[in-house]
Write a protein of this length. Sequence first.
Length: 178
Amino acid sequence: MAGARNASAAVRRLTIEYKQLTNDPNTLFPAVGPISEDNYLEWEALLPGPDDTPFEGGVFSARLSFPPTYPLEPPTMRFDPPIFHPNVYPDGLVCISILHAAGDDPNMYESSAERWSPVQSIEKILLSVLSMLAEPNVESGANIDACVRPPLTQKLFRDNHAAYEKVIRDQVQQQLGL
């Protein structure tokens, strides 16, 4: 019974957030919402590549999966298809503080203020991901190839930024079918 009550609360909150996103004429995210009306816990979002980054000009598809306990627990976000980025696992799963559950970080890397809390929103998540695309956190990489690219023995993003940008631009071109 509690599970159904939690899911119902999650759907109510998601419905409110969906209306806010779709009623905002200035939104950066005009294509975001539930994949189907039958399941409000699975969403798709199209994110524009941030200006003045190698991602510029691209549009990237991501799925957000919300737990029945949302907003008490964070959703997961996965780029589909996966993108090459230091903070995105090779399977597309996004690794960013705002999507990490509340509480203390056992590795003492993130403060509790950076982690998920129920006052966060889908819009804040998407804005954080755009910021992450523009400014990767290579100190906490999820994709080791994006941080250290074999056969290079250096951090690709930091020490060979031109090569990193070329990989991203090639990915954007491929995604656009060019």
